[in-house]
Design a protein around this ligand. Structure first.
Ligand code: PEP
Ligand code: MN
Length: 339
């Protein structure tokens, strides 16, 4: 259920509705928008009695929600969410670029790549310290040591650190060293981890599962918002299909599809979609053209020696070229404010 308050509803009227929801044993999520306040109700198993709210003073309407998600919707928050990562943002006017190696391999590697990322004007540095590898014998990441290296990258270049947590203990560590917690494709339905990052003070980058539907992705985000953290960025990183020419199939249609339902920003990961460096830049261009709020891209100073995902890593020069191209596209499609 969603209670939409009148545009001129007073704080007292809003508080009264919230207290009635709580008295009924449910959770109230008031959303104070630019033009009106809406209050989502969660925690109910069956239908909530509409008549309880319809005649309360300040209430414009009580809407039954038929979709399984409540907090990620434009019905609750019609304005797009801007996710703040310190003094940087994702979902605002600027195209967000998150770049770095798949895995942090050494201090020298991380600092070399970070220098190129910083020089490109990007605000975010990515790098895995805990790697979800298909094989238990593959390089699993440097763990806390990798996080310490990324904390140094932040100190040296001022870049915001985006890094994956594989489990709840990992989330504790990412909170200590990082700026944004990445939930990987393989963890998109790890519900206890989603709940854990929903209680974090850090923003979350939520990647689409390998075979997740749009609804499953949005419900994964709903888990995080339901715990109180609305700083969530969605990420399309390609899904499993029958194609053999790419590692995954980049589903660009999900960007306008998300826009029509949710206020959450969405970015594109052309690297894990392509699996091959030669396809990363064309897919990045397409992602920006279709309206993504940003990109997350894998870059390596020596892709041929990378310990993970080397085939899809851009060289520093290729990365530089990508940034120039996607910025031009973003500028071309951004409406100019009429003064
Ligand atoms: C990654 O970003 O390196 C990664 C493992 O991504 P995904 O979870 O999308 O496979
Ligand atoms: Mn990777």
């Amino acid at each position: 259920m969603l209670i939409v308050m009148k545009a001129d509803a007073t704080n007292q009227e809003i508080d009264h509705v919230v207290s009635i929801i709580q008295e009924m044993g449910y959770k109230a999520h008031p959303e104070r928008g630019a033009t009106r306040t809406a209050i989502a109700i969660t925690g109910n198993q069956g239908a909530v009695d509409v008549t309880r709210f319809e005649n309360l003073s300040g209430v414009a309407e009580a809407i039954r929600v038929t979709k399984p998600y409540k907090l990620i919707t434009l019905d609750l928050r019609p304005e797009q969410t801007i996710v703040r990562v310190g003094d940087a943002a994702i979902g605002g006017e600027e195209l967000a670029i998150i770049a770095g190696p798949c895995a942090i391999e050494s201090r020298t590697q991380a600092l070399t790549v970070a220098k190129a990322v910083y020089r490109s004007g990007a605000r975010f540095f990515r790098g895995g310290a805990f790697k979800p590898r298909s094989s238990p014998y593959a390089f699993q990441g440097l763990g806390e040591e990798g996080l310490k290296i990324m904390a140094e990258v932040r100190d040296v270049y001022g870049l915001k650190i985006v890094t994956e947590a594989l489990d709840e203990a990992g989330a504790d560590l990412v909170e200590r060293y990082g700026d944004m917690i990445q939930i990987g494709a393989r963890s998109m339905q790890n519900f206890s981890l989603l709940r854990r990052v929903g209680r974090s003070h850090l923003p979350v980058l939520l990647k689409r599962g390998l075979s997740a539907t749009l609804e499953e992705l949005l419900l994964a985000a709903e888990y995080i918002l339901a715990e109180g953290n609305d700083q969530v960025v969605l990420c399309e990183r390609g899904i499993r299909t029958f194609t053999q020419h790419t590692r995954n199939t980049l589903d660009l249609a999900i960007i306008p599809a998300v826009r029509s339902i949710s206020h959450l920003p969405i970015i594109v990961d052309p690297s894990h979609a392509a699996g091959k460096s030669s396809m990363v830049t064309p897919l990045a261009r397409a992602g920006v053209a279709v309206g993504a709020d940003g990109l997350i891209v894998e870059v390596h100073d020596q892709p041929e020696h990378a310990l993970s995902d080397g085939a899809q890593a851009l060289t520093l020069d290729q990365y530089d070229e990508l940034v120039h191209e996607v910025r031009a596209i973003h500028e071309a499609i951004t409406p100019v404010a009429v003064t």
